[in-house]
Design a protein around this ligand. Structure first.
Ligand SMILES: [Zn+2]
Length: 88
């Protein structure tokens, strides 16, 4: 019987999701995609809060994140309206 228990699978997933290695002297290292703010390119610190959004994007502040969300919504709207016009 090789059926894995749910807790075994959950444990494996948690291990895979553990992208932040245990802290060394300098504190936890940030993964490369969280190195800089995806909006203003400011260096992110592992001591300051990081604001996450979308495909593993990190932002230095809610303002930067909101800017990106606004841009994405504009894009989505543009896509929708272009699809609509194509239909007629
Ligand atoms: Zn920023």
């Amino acid at each position: 019987m090789e059926q894995k228990s749910l807790s075994e699978i959950a444990k494996r997933v948690l291990q895979l999701m553990h992208i932040l290695p245990p802290s060394e002297s300098d504190g936890p290292r940030l993964p490369p995609f969280l190195d800089r703010c995806a909006q203003c390119n400011k260096q992110l610190s592992n001591r300051a809060p990081i604001y996450m959004y979308g495909d593993l994007q990190g932002f230095c502040s809610p303002g930067c994140r909101n800017l990106r969300i606004d841009l994405d919504e504009e894009k989505a709207k543009a896509n929708k309206s272009s699809q609509r016009t194509r239909r007629s």
